[in-house]
Ligand binder design. Structure first.
Ligand code: FAD
Ligand code: FES
Length: 357
């Protein structure tokens, strides 16, 4: 069941010209259910022009603050971000799913970890939550933040980040990269490139001492940074990323086409959700089990429908499916049978999916 709760907005604030933060007034009765880890996200639902729209937004607050705050960057032509940045006001009600996501590593107060974190624009939201939470909970950890923006004015949460640098003196280093403003240090002008990342790993990042790396920004930036860090010797399993949006690459399209080619005609699907079973037959009108199930009247959790958020995650307990795109599940989750139902094309006569796991 999609477990939306109607929650009052405590505060709407303009953070920069194009970014608005929204803090929710989560009632006492829901605080346990809405408990979260640094780096997780909320999924919001609204009816705009008669259409149900669902979008996910990372919490930029820390669970230690007893606060639920997100920040939404306006996307040109974007349905939800424009509505949120223009229309939302204090006291409004929004339908919100409890926090979700796996963009975090466990906190341990004895950790003396060195973290490196990369963010671009609104990608700072989960990164800020991660920085705040680790700095406060692991007294010996350090952070190096590499943060890309257009210009100084567009830097979201600049003041808060700099206050953290002062509060945790010597434990947070900040490197601002700007694309539309020139400064004296050439390395900090413009986007991340292979050349720049090589300089960073030569001069600023001691790769051998890095415990974990978190990256949030556009797809090509994430994969460039990941690949360069791996080339510099950082183990892939220490690199975590959160993708907000994926424009399907040629490779994605190819994989999706192959999955659809393998689709079994008329699969009998059983959905286990909330302890109950729901049965339907996949017709020809839909490729993925999520779309088939929604059309058959099931009420299942989902948000992006693009393979990036994992809200639609479930486990295959019988039969087989092939995923078109997966930017949300880690390899070990896939090996345990977890799939994204929004990307899962059934390839056997019978498929049983469990959403309660
Ligand atoms: C786990 C997760 C966490 C997220 N956290 C945040 C967050 O903290 N802050 C935030 O602002 N957004 C965040 N997003 C992105 C957010 O969910 C929406 O995708 C975004 O706000 C755009 O929605 P929209 O309805 O305005 O645009 P849409 O109407 O969906 O799209 C409009 C156009 O913009 C393109 N587009 C959509 N999203 C993006 C994007 N992110 N970048 C570039 N082009 C895009 C689409 O292809 C389309 O052409 C997150 C997404 C995920 C999956
Ligand atoms: S709904 Fe986002 S990954 Fe399926």
């Amino acid at each position: 069941m999609s477990d939306f709760h109607t929650i009052k907005i405590a505060e709407v604030l303009k953070e920069t010209k194009d970014c608005t933060s929204v803090t929710f007034d989560v009632p006492e009765s829901l605080k346990e259910k809405f408990g979260y880890k640094q780096g997780q996200y909320l999924t919001l639902k609204a009816f705009l022009d008669g259409e149900e729209i669902r979008r996910s937004y990372s919490l930029c607050s820390s669970p230690l603050e007893n606060k639920w705050k997100i920040a939404i960057k306006r996307i040109e032509g974007g349905i939800f971000s424009n509505y949120a940045c223009t229309d939302l006001k204090n006291g409004d009600l929004l339908d919100v799913l409890p926090p979700n996501g796996n963009f975090f590593t466990e906190i341990d107060s004895v950790n003396a970890n060195n973290y490196i974190v990369f963010a671009a624009g609104s990608g700072i939201t989960p990164i800020l939550s991660i920085i705040k939470t680790h700095l406060a909970s692991e007294p010996q950890c350090t952070f190096k933040l590499f943060y890309l923006n257009r210009n100084v004015k567009s830097i979201i949460f600049k003041e808060e980040i700099e206050n953290l640098r002062n509060t945790y003196f010597g434990r947070l280093e900040i490197f601002y990269f700007l694309t539309k403003e020139q400064r004296d240090i050439p390395l900090l002008n413009g986007r991340f490139t292979s050349e720049k990342l090589k300089k960073l790993t030569d001069k600023i990042i001691d790769v051998d001492s890095v415990a974990q790396c978190f990256i949030c920004g556009p797809e090509e930036m994430i994969f460039l940074i990941r690949d360069e860090l791996v080339n510099a010797g950082l183990s892939k399993d220490k690199i975590h990323y959160e993708l907000f949006f994926s424009g399907a690459t040629d490779e994605d399209k190819k994989r999706a086409a192959i999955a659809i080619e393998h689709k079994f005609k008329g699969t009998e699907v059983t959905i286990i959700d909330g302890g109950k079973e729901f049965h339907f037959d996949m017709g020809d009108d839909y490729d993925t089990i999520l779309d088939g199930a929604l059309a058959a009247g099931a009420d299942l959790p989902f948000a992006c429908k693009g393979g990036v958020c994992s809200t639609c995650k479930c486990r295959v307990v019988e039969g087989m499916v092939e995923m078109k795109i997966n930017y949300a599940l880690e390899a070990d989750e896939v090996s345990k049978g977890f799939v994204l139902s929004c990307q899962s094309v059934p390839t056997t006569e019978k498929v049983v999916l469990d959403f309660d796991v």
